[in-house]
Design a protein around this ligand. Structure first.
Ligand code: IMP
Length: 187
């Protein structure tokens, strides 16, 4: 519960939106699609965008059948808990050279597209052989930047979601399902 200046309080409530079984089935399909593309002579570079995609990434890579290199990229874009600041910042860079490599970026959610637009621009400059994007969730209602998404797990409504890696104010990432965040007024 959070106290406000007017004396009223807000109670956070999470309503189930995508249950763990539905997520697991879709993640398996996404992994099978990636595997069906086959492999080149070098392992597929799978990029985890920290922190939101960490749980999706961990589940997805276990459905990929070809050799992989697993790498991590940190970005930060949120000024407050619910709204993007619009300015994306790299907080942790890749530790391998991706020139000439097949790369897939694994993201939790594409909302305005600002973060993915920034990441695709950044990674494309490094000369990969191919660069694909796989996002678990896509919220097209809030699009500000057009980004080509090769794989989308679920297209969702314009709601703020938490769980399965996604946070509100750094909380709820450990929920095994995805839920919609509600703020009820109490008292
Ligand atoms: P974008 O730059 O607006 O596309 O937002 C991308 C990032 O914002 C995601 O990687 C998430 O970390 C965060 N984000 C956007 N929408 C939500 C949401 O509904 N719940 C939690 N995080 C979100």
């Amino acid at each position: 519960m959070t106290a406000t200046a007017g004396g009223t309080a807000t109670v956070e409530r999470v309503e189930s939106y995508l249950d763990a079984g539905r997520i697991a089935a879709r993640v398996a399909e996404l992994g099978a699609e990636i595997s069906a593309r086959g492999c080149s002579d070098q392992p597929l570079v799978v990029v985890c965008v920290l922190k939101g995609s960490v749980i999706f990434f961990a589940d997805l890579v276990r459905h990929i059948r070809q050799p992989t290199n697993l790498v991590f990229l940190g970005v930060s874009s949120y000024a407050g808990a619910l709204e993007t600041s619009g300015a994306v910042r790299l907080t942790h860079d890749l530790t391998i050279d991706i020139a000439g490599r097949d790369v897939i970026v694994v993201e939790d959610i594409v909302d305005t597209g600002l973060t993915m637009g920034y990441l695709v621009g950044l990674l494309a400059q490094r000369g990969p052989h191919s660069l694909r994007v796989c996002t678990l969730l896509h919220k097209p209602a809030r699009k500000r930047v057009d980004v080509s998404l090769d794989q989308v797990g679920f297209t969702i409504d314009d709601v703020f979601v938490v769980g399965y890696g996604l946070d509100f104010d750094e909380r709820y990432r450990n929920l095994p399902y995805i839920g919609v965040m509600h703020f009820d007024t109490a008292g």
